[in-house]
Design a protein around this ligand. Sequence first.
Ligand code: NAD
Length: 710
Amino acid sequence: MIDYEVGPDGIAVVAWNMADRSMNVLNEESVARFAASVEQAIGDAAVKGVIVTSKKRDFLAGADLTRLGKASDAASLAASTARFHALLRGMEKSGKPFCAALNGTALGGGYEVALACHRRIAADDPRIRIGLPEVTIGLMPGGGGTQRLPRLIGIRNALPLMLEGRKLDPQKALASGFVDEVVPAEALIGAARRWLLTEGPANAAQPWDRKGFRIPDGGVNTPKGQETFVAGNALLHAKTYGNYPAPRHIASAVYEGLITDFDTGLKIESRYFIACALSGEARNMIRSLFFSIGDANKLAARPKDVPEQAYRRIGVLGAGMMGAGIAYVSALAGIEVVLLDTGAEAAEKGKAQSRALLQKRVEQKRMSESERDQVLARIHATTRFEDLAGAEMVIEAVFEDRAVKAEVTRKAEAVLGESAIFASNTSTLPITGLAEASARPENFIGLHFFSPVDRMPLVEIIRGRRTSDSCLARAMDYVRRIGKTPITVNDSRGFYTSRVFGTYVNEGLALLAEGVASALIDNAGRMAGMPVGPLALADEVSIELMHKVRKQTRADLGAQYRGNAASEAVIELMVEKLGRIGKKSGKGFYDYPAEGKKRLWPGLAQHFKPVSEQPDVEAVKRRLLYVQSVETARCLEEKVVLDPRDADVGSILGWGFPAYLGGTVSQVETVGLDRFVAECDHLAQRHGERFAPPKLLREMAAAGKRFYAV
Ligand code: NAD
């Protein structure tokens, strides 16, 4: 786990090297072994200084989250935290200089080990990431990070980086003071050795352990310090609405820890760290953002025994907004793309979108000009179906029209090889129906991308009734190849994401129809943690489009159609009578002035008269959030979604369901199944059947079952 070696110059090299792991992580055993090596070095009179480094590609990734989730009592967490603090304090107060040689990524607890060294040198490799990103999974630094970093680089510099969980590359880390020096990778150990032998002896004490230490840029009780916290708190609340305890705890640990001595500061940090680690928010975020997304990215649900599909060449039909985006992400991943549209101009316009996105990368120095040209050269704009020959897959993103989709399916299949996959990016049309146009429905599948394609991380894979395992597995290979996260669902109207996301918007419209004030509705949505209020979202999606989809669905389903009558009435009035069709026309629930910010349309109060007694904001938040979980439970019951992890991941990555709740399924567990069912029964009585808990939830609640083991 830890290699230990002392050179003839008296420099000990303590190198992390966990054999059974892809990355070095901090857990009970590895920390104990590291501590033993550190003690050995400190106790050996022949050792003059110590290099802490790693023999693996990365330095140290941080805490072992598989363990943290299980260490669920405060006492054991307090004991392990105290041991870790004592170890790091032992290093910095040993009288011998320690130098961290960061050969690879150092995050969280890994970077905290480096912070306890007297110097940090990083290899100049842009792949390396350095920082304290704990907050992004609901945690906070617990190995002294909140105490050391601000004492090293000042409160104002350190706090935002911890609150945002930023990961810096070595050059940025150097500029921010996270590391002291950046050297070519091959010179790393030599540089550490040199520093230890020359400057080390005079620098074997941390600044905060020296007489007369002052916090760089001033302490908490200086005007600048106070300003940092006052402004920081306001910004934090505006962003999180108090839904996330971790950033609050980080700010408190820094504030309270920096008005006292260092060792008391560490104790303060521990208390906040334990509160974070035991919070439901951390459990939810670790589960969904770390484990479930990790499993999805590893294709844990991929059908076995299907050889991995390599992608060299794909076709994209339709070079509109979606097709152009799909072509871009595919070419960026190194795949040749045939981008086809009905006219040469439209096809070229789609390609031009990639040019613009690539140019932005060049300007941000994230890509060289020659790389840009190489990616662009992979996109072949065309109008000829013959050019699709040899493609392993074709993705269709033409108009949302069955006849048009059927026509391009037939034309493409005529030139494709037998085993090629045909994928549709439809957002509403059931895949099984679209597959009827295909000569090989077993190779027909849905790949639902989100807009804008270059930024949205999720792809919802839809399995039609006749889609084969092999087709599904190979489609998953493609999603992984382009670096996105796949979830797999079964065919149904709206699939999973559009169907559940739609309930949020519809609930907002139903609230409006009931006379709830529009500002209350949209504020409650954001306060609940959704990125945008439901009325603003309806404007963005386009009220007109919602109207169209609804008419189509009603026509398709006939007597089986079950809509949300209240929201439908609102949509009809807005589109048909008031001509307010959404953001693209500058008029929807909001007005969009040419200059300045959007604002709620004052006329709303006239058409949807607010009732005199407005509901409590908590009640509005509950309705907006619960309606999404009830619909998700229906998707699970109907086997549209088979794995609760897919539902959670899809909701967070697909439409921004709040991460502190862990996703639509984890919300139910957070509330408790019993209580969730009881509250939904109550909501159903008052507001309608859409809240009625499905049988699956009732039975699970009655049997004391859960979706997740922890
Ligand atoms: P768009 O109107 O921007 O683009 C469609 C393109 O298809 C146009 O360039 C058009 O010229 C081309 N086209 C039409 N008929 C064709 C044919 N026979 N052969 C070749 N090209 C043809 O539409 P969009 O927003 O990119 O949507 C495309 C598909 O993606 C639709 O099925 C839509 O439902 C789905 N989708 C859209 C979104 C979204 O947010 N817009 C999200 C997910 C899925």
